[in-house]
Design a protein around this ligand. Structure first.
Ligand code: AHM
Ligand code: MG
Length: 339
């Protein structure tokens, strides 16, 4: 049998990359690994729960009320963080305010986590890939106290680790701690994540563009012109590009990382800051992208340099293969005054 490296083994092997971490980052990553398996189990039976066992909101056979999957995922991750003690607080897409764990163990936790527990909400009920996104920071407030807002409002450059889980045709966990990006596929027969995609790299060029073109007329002129550029025939740059848009950020990002491509969620007239959230969607994926040799910007500036001012802040996102994002930014610059 070929030697397989499990995620658990890999995390422990990499502990020496963090002399400051004293093992608690290692156990935090293990907490995420465990919670993601619980969520995966529920995602895999989503149709059964909704259509056969009763809709969300109904009571199940044990008298428990069925929850929507995104709320369920939120609770699983938060509960796992709260009981294991590495984390002093969580900011989540599902909660208006951050949660500061108020128990003696968690107050001593040295990390905060920001997450989107189940991203791709329009795909949750229709058997299309969805994902969990997470981002880990060291707290800036003193250990021994409750977490404060400043712990969460750190620029993306301060991330200690970031990753995502994609619940797709197989389930994968992909993460970085700032030393490259590695992907692990869940073997459902043994319930173990195995290293399947070591040292993931975005190709510099690709031929996929991912954007919700239904919003075309509301896009900035630079984006409109870039889309035209993607569609014009040119053999040297392998155009026209192909258009692929799942509507699940994690799934679109993951495919583009493997095949080469660009994902854009720009500003629109109705969403003047874009749709996606800086702290738990854009920053973690930007960290992974950069670690995989790609870039992530808001069309003009690096995502990771943005100083957050609000927990649920939105920014536009241009992310993917380096040469493609650079080209899109050229269009943004050239057509800046045409809006
Ligand atoms: P969500 O957090 O409500 O799921 O929204 C985020 C999702 C992304 O996964 C996806 O890329 C995007 O929203 C799709 O939005 P749209 O339907 O406007 O294209
Ligand atoms: Mg989301």
């Amino acid at each position: 049998m070929q030697k397989v490296t499990t995620l658990g083994e890999f995390i422990v092997q990499k502990q020496e990359d963090f002399p400051f971490a004293k093992g608690d980052l290692t156990s935090l990553l293990s907490t995420i690994r465990l919670a993601s398996k619980v969520v995966n189990r529920e995602v895999n039976k989503a149709g059964l729960v909704d259509d056969i066992l009763g809709s969300s909101g109904d009571e199940n056979i044990q008298g428990e009320v069925q929850q929507k999957l995104d709320i369920y995922a939120d609770q699983v991750f938060i509960h796992a963080m709260m009981t294991r003690g590495e984390v002093c607080g969580v900011g989540s897409e599902e909660n208006d305010e951050f949660i500061a764990f108020d128990n003696p163990i968690s107050r001593n936790g040295r990390y905060v986590i920001l997450m989107d527990p189940l991203d791709g909400s329009s795909n949750i009920d229709v058997n299309v890939s969805i994902g969990t996104i997470f981002s880990i920071y060291r707290r800036v407030s003193p250990v021994g106290h409750k977490a404060v807002l400043e712990d969460f409002l750190q620029p993306g450059t301060s991330q200690i680790a970031a990753g995502y889980v994609i619940y797709g045709s197989s389930t994968m966990l992909v993460y970085t701690t700032g030393n490259g990006v590695n992907g692990f596929t869940l073997d459902p027969s043994i319930g173990t994540y195995c290293l399947s995609h070591p040292n993931m790299r975005f190709p510099d060029y690709g031929n996929i563009y991912s954007i919700n073109e239904g919003n075309y007329i509301k896009f900035p002129e630079g984006v409109k012109q870039y889309i035209k550029y993607c569609q014009i025939r040119d053999e040297e740059t392998n155009r026209p590009y192909t258009s692929r848009y799942i509507g699940s950020l994690v799934a679109d990002f993951h495919r583009n990382m493997i095949k080469g491509g660009i994902y854009i969620y720009p500003t629109t007239e109705s969403a003047p800051n874009g749709k996606l959230r800086l702290l738990y969607e854009n920053n973690p994926l930007a960290f992974i992208a950069e670690q995989a040799g790609a870039i992530a910007t808001d069309g003009y500036q690096r995502i990771l340099d943005i100083k957050p001012t609000e927990l649920h802040q939105r920014t536009p996102l241009f992310i993917g293969s380096k040469k493609m994002v650079e080209k899109a930014m050229e269009f943004m610059r050239d057509f800046k005054d045409f809006n």
